[in-house]
Ligand binder design. Structure first.
Ligand code: TRP
Ligand code: ZN
Length: 463
């Protein structure tokens, strides 16, 4: 689902184009290859052009002892142009079969691009379904974006799955860029005794036969690919609801057994508080997973933030849960705007601290503002996240400072009204920095170009 930029062809024209009766793929002007990237110049091969995914159905079987993942992914999509072929992003694995609308299709692989050539070309606007059967030992991604390892990462008892920015392709084929969101169904089979956790809510009861258990999960709200997870292993669960009535699930690895109630309680309290600051919770459940993989970081996986190798405290929980609004409900169209995720989530940590009567956002702002002029943060403009250093501290901290500078310029009432309007207007959609600046100017009635320019785009400390 791409929230805008859909092509709107008259129905009559669509039917003319779609009905070219032919068995071979005619390479006419009407049908051509879908682009190998979605159009984000910082990540030229991420995502793909020519179609828009509406749903992923992932059927997976993982055996921790051999680290082998067997998958069958079915993707429902709409062609946004006539397609003689199209690409999916997939890294590693042996692909044994691809079919389009139930008919076997030719396919080729080159790097992380899987090119699918349906027997019959797809007309613009046509809906189609592609099924990919694959298996192998997943290889996590490394070195992109100056992160450690990310993607599908084997652990001693299962797998830790955290994929931002482009690691979804390490476990399922798809349109791996946040500009294309879709709903998800998961069916994950693991050795009996293990638990498989994915986004959204569990469907039915886990079913065990022949020493294996299958867990089904469904995320019925649009989700970007990097937020999908299939974290599995030994887990203790606590389920219930927040005081505000949102379903809540905490799951912890045995090593972090003592953090179960804290994760459960803090996730509930913080989710409810954020609804009063950011607006209605966008999804059907909240919670958190603590796994024993010592990533040292956390990822805001939709409905179930994942904490890697530590018992999280309220600061990081407030950050990951703020992402459910900023990043997950309102998603990036292009990676360079990452401060819209990380600056907001970091500012949320300051707001949480303020709410708890600890340090105020103003005090945090002043502390960081006091950093010397030659501090690296002032040289890195957060409004332009760089592909090889996406998660730079400036994107987080100077991004958060930008919001505080804005709050001071327009006042608390307008600022918090702006935040709620922002999350409401773009719920489940996509956003850019320009759209945020426009809304801030509209609601405040102020000219804010120089404020945003100084905070987001200049390679020096704002005055
Ligand atoms: N978005 C995460 C945060 O700030 C950081 C992050 C980026 C991450 N990529 C990741 C964490 C991959 C885990 C795995 O909360
Ligand atoms: Zn974050």
């Amino acid at each position: 689902m791409r929230s805008s930029s859909r092509i709107a062809l008259p129905a009559a024209l669509i039917s003319v184009l779609a009905c070219a009766p032919s068995d071979e793929a005619p390479r006419t002007a009407d049908h051509h290859a879908g682009a190998p990237g979605i159009g984000d110049s910082d990540f030229p091969k991420a995502g793909n052009g020519g179609y828009d995914v509406s749903h992923y159905w992932l059927v997976l079987d993982y055996v921790p002892a051999t680290k082998r993942l067997t998958g069958e992914t079915t993707i429902d999509a709409t062609a946004t142009q006539g397609l003689s072929s199209f690409n999916l992003d997939l890294s590693g694995f042996e692909v044994s079969r691809v079919s389009v609308n139930g008919t076997p299709a030719k396919f080729e692989r080159a790097g992380d691009e899987l090119t699918v050539r349906p027997g019959t070309p797809l007309g613009p606007g046509s809906r189609f379904s592609v099924k990919v059967t694959y298996a192998g030992v997943p290889k996590p991604a490394k070195d992109t974006a100056n992160l450690g390892t990310y993607g599908f990462i084997p652990t001693s008892d299962g797998a830790f799955v955290a994929c931002e920015p482009d690691g979804a392709k390490t476990w399922f084929p798809g349109n791996d860029h946040p500009a294309d969101k879709a709903t998800f169904d998961f069916s994950i089979t693991v050795p009996a005794g293990l638990t498989a956790l994915a986004n959204g809510e569990m469907v039915g009861k886990p079913a065990t036969s022949n020493g294996k258990t299958t867990y089904r999960w469904r995320e019925g709200h649009p989700m970007v690919t990097y937020l999908a997870t299939a974290t599995l292993g030994q887990f203790t669960l606590r389920e219930g609801a927040t005081a505000g009535g949102i379903k809540n699930l905490a799951a912890v690895d045995p090593k972090f057994r003592s953090s179960l109630d804290t994760v459960y309680n803090l996730s509930a309290e913080i989710t409810d508080y954020w609804t009063t600051v950011f607006g209605p919770y966008p999804f059907s459940s909240t919670g958190g997973i603590v796994d024993n993989h010592s990533a040292g970081y956390a990822l805001e996986n939709q409905t179930k933030p994942l904490y890697g190798g530590f018992a999280p405290e309220e600061g990081i929980i407030s950050h990951e849960l703020a992402h459910q609004w900023f990043g997950n409900s309102l998603s990036l169209r292009r990676w360079r705007d990452l401060w819209l995720n990380e600056g907001f989530a970091t500012y949320a940590e300051w707001l949480w601290s303020e709410h708890k009567g600890k340090s105020t956002a103003e005090a945090m702002f002043n502390t960081y503002k006091a950093r010397p002029e030659d501090h690296a943060m002032w040289k890195y403009p957060p409004g332009r996240a760089r592909p090889r250093d996406l998660f730079n501290e400036s994107v987080y901290t100077r991004g958060a400072m930008t919001l505080h500078a804005l709050r001071k310029a327009i006042g608390d009432a307008t600022f918090f009204h702006l935040i709620k309007t922002w999350t409401r207007d773009h719920r489940y959609g996509h956003v850019t920095t320009e759209e945020f600046v426009d809304l801030a100017e509209r609601l405040s009635g102020k000219q804010l170009d120089s404020l945003f320019d100084a905070w987001l785009f200049q390679a020096k400390r704002p005055a």
